[in-house]
Design a protein around this ligand. Structure first.
Ligand code: 7RM
Length: 635
């Protein structure tokens, strides 16, 4: 079966088949990939343990699908185009042949450094081709990568390394992001003080900032490559992986204080990332595809690296940020590399929109044919600006809804094939069976309804476990509504059956498309010496989508509120990273609590939203007086 659907009628027919005969459907999709051995059984599943197995018995290596199988036909075609942070630095192009060679080389470096199938490897790198090479080299030798976004602190890295007992870290001396220098190696050094499992650190040269190379532990990427070259070790056979072997771990925030390691496996992830990339973006050979995400997030894994490369696409990787050196940078990149498909986030769109039309002047965007959005709900104003100013009302916008736990896109238009609707992720992709449920877990049927979004049948990219703690996986995703995967999102299904995701219904914030648990931020704030307790909620933010609002009980703050505020900010930056820093900190003498001691977040959320008139029932509060004080002091 062809991966790409080409008409709405075909979508309806394929969707129907995917629900009625899921195994036949997915087997036909999987036939488009290269397997060392085909599966014995397409699907085995239950959502009670949960235990989901796709393509059990099959053998493969995803890098053969992303690299080797393209060499004959696309060997000299660009696999990766890399655009640097500094527009005056040269861009780089890696053909499929070159990328294949570099991945094999670095895979041999990993082997020389003792890496074996199943080992966990932490990757903390800037957005360079070498980051993609590092991921692919891990996959080549069957090592499990755990990429940590460059904005996370030493403490966050240490927690992730220890949770997965990583034996090796791949990093760079430093990185560039906008006007900032990222001292990556130095942050890793701070993290590793707490990590006994790490025996080796491989350091790529990028910024040439001075770094401390620890004898017996740290080696340079470039030196290790030279060793491989003198050994004449050019090729590296791909490790044969079982379809259900673990492929990678990616940490993501939930409603508890501790991020969890989402586990994806080899066969299902490959099929799902590849299929959804080809289909949603309707990728045509030769097109230049630009996803602006960072590889440190799932979007970068699935839609910069594995999805596009598995389909022989040209994937553009950008080291910088949308506003550096100015707010025209994305449009310069589109113009310079003649980008056909642009996939970005609502927060970037809103931020660029705020600069007006000036940054668009003189930028030729006529190469664009398809646009995408991901990470958070897109408001209609931003949708229309994206459509009109960027797409010139001539490019379908795919508003793609999905999560780290999903491996790939679940609900989205198919570009140019199924209808779009501003603010709506629209329809489920083939194989995806969404349901809306009420508080009691009862399915809400029909159209023109809203509820909590669940998925009632597995798709190949679904989370298999949370690393080292399967019970947590069950609890978080499969226990709230027995027999279903619970997304944590609220959702509306309109009169036409189109889905609109309304946002999280749990204690998870989405700040600039980054998932942040309120409990995580509270834990970090509470570590500050003068803080007694705190409560963190989200509030609507024009650019970020949501901002972080912290109510903090801190009796010792009186002499210098501003200094204490800065100290608390610094504490959060130290413990989690700059992305979780509160936008607002309000000092309060106490938090609104029920008689049983539970914080009434509903009230705090309303106050943070600026809605102080209708707080609902406050009679169950232990001390209704604090509400008046908090209202009066709202920021
Ligand atoms: C891909 C990614 C997942 C959460 C998810 C939603 C929100 C993502 C959309 C969206 C509305 C969208 N993975 N979300 N995409 N909300 N429309 N198109 O972002 O694990 O980091 O976040 O993001 O709340 O649950 S993620």
């Amino acid at each position: 079966m062809n991966l790409k659907i080409s008409s709405f009628a075909e979508y309806e027919q394929v969707y129907k088949q995917s629900v009625e005969q899921p195994e036949e459907f997915w087997a036909a999709i999987a036939d488009n990939f290269q397997w060392k051995k085909k599966w014995d059984k397409v699907l085995d599943w239950n959502f009670t343990e949960p235990n989901v197995k796709w393509f059990d018995g099959a053998k493969l290596n995803i890098t053969e699908n992303c690299l080797d199988r393209h060499l004959d036909t696309l060997g000299d075609k660009p696999a990766i185009i890399w655009e640097p942070n500094d527009p005056n630095e040269d861009h780089r192009v890696l053909s499929y042949k070159q990328l294949h060679a570099k991945v094999c080389q670095f895979a041999n470096v990993l082997k020389n450094n003792g890496v074996k199938k199943g080992d966990r490897i932490c990757i903390y790198m800037p957005m360079l081709p070498e980051l993609a090479i590092a991921l692919l080299a891990c996959a080549r030798v069957g090592a499990i990568h755990s990429v940590v976004f460059g904005g996370f602190s030493a403490q966050s890295i240490a927690d992730r390394i220890n949770d997965a007992t990583c034996s090796l870290v791949i990093t760079a001396d430093g990185g560039f992001r906008g006007a900032k220098d990222l001292p990556l190696k130095s942050v890793i050094d701070d993290a590793l003080v707490q990590c006994q499992s790490v025996k080796r650190v491989i350091v790529l040269t990028r910024s040439r900032t001075p770094v401390a190379m620890i004898k017996g532990r740290d080696v340079w990427w470039e030196d290790e490559i030279k060793k491989v070259e003198t050994q004449g070790n050019v090729d590296c056979p791909a490790e044969e992986m079982d379809a259900e072997d673990m492929m990678f771990i990616l940490y993501t925030s939930g409603s508890t204080g501790k991020p969890k390691g989402v586990v994806h496996t080899c066969g299902g992830y490959m099929v799902y990332a590849g299929y959804t990339f080809a289909n949603v973006f309707q990728y045509n050979p030769g097109e230049v595809y630009f996803c602006t995400a960072d590889i440190g997030w799932i979007t970068g894994h699935s839609y910069i690296v594995y999805g596009p490369l598995s389909q022989g696409a040209t994937s553009l990787m950008f080291e910088g940020i949308p506003t550096y050196p100015d707010a025209g940078r994305f449009w310069d990149v589109v113009d310079k590399h003649k980008v056909n498909i642009l996939y970005t986030a609502p927060t970037a769109i809103r931020s660029l929109m705020s600069f007006g039309d000036e940054p668009l002047k003189g930028k030729d965007l006529s190469s664009l044919t398809k646009l995408g959005s991901v990470g958070e709900p897109i408001n209609e104003e931003a949708w229309h600006w994206y459509d009109e100013k960027i797409g010139k009302s001539n490019c379908p916008i795919v508003d793609t809804w999905w999560q780290t736990e999903n491996g790939g896109i679940l609900i989205s238009p198919i570009a140019g094939v199924t209808p779009t609707k501003p603010g709506y992720a629209t329809l489920p992709l083939p194989g995806v069976q969404p349901v809306l449920v009420d508080e009691n877990g009862k399915e809400i049927l029909g159209n023109g309804v809203s509820g909590n979004l669940c998925i009632k049948f597995p798709w190949p990219g679904i989370i298999r476990t949370t690393y080292g703690d399967h019970e947590r996986c069950r609890q978080t995703y499969f226990a709230t509504y027995p027999g279903m995967y619970f997304t944590g999102d609220g959702c509306l299904r309109d009169e036409d059956g189109y889905y609109r995701i309304t946002g999280r219904v749990d204690d998870v914030l989405n700040v600039s498309g980054h998932r942040i648990g309120t409990a995580e931020v509270e834990n970090a704030i509470n570590m500050h010496a003068t803080v007694v307790e705190s409560a963190v909620v989200g509030y609507p933010h024009d650019i970020k989508g949501q901002g972080v609002y912290a109510f903090v009980v801190c009796p010792a703050k009186t002499d210098n509120e501003d200094l204490t505020r800065k100290d608390i900010m610094m504490t959060v930056q130290r413990i989690i990273g700059a992305i979780a820093k509160p936008d607002k900190i309000q000092f309060v003498s106490g938090l609104p609590k029920t008689r049983s001691g539970k914080i009434m977040r509903r009230i705090l959320r309303k106050i943070a939203e600026g809605e102080t008139s209708n707080l609902g029932d406050t009679s169950t509060l232990l001390d209704p007086g604090v509400v008046e004080e908090i209202k009066a002091g709202a920021l």
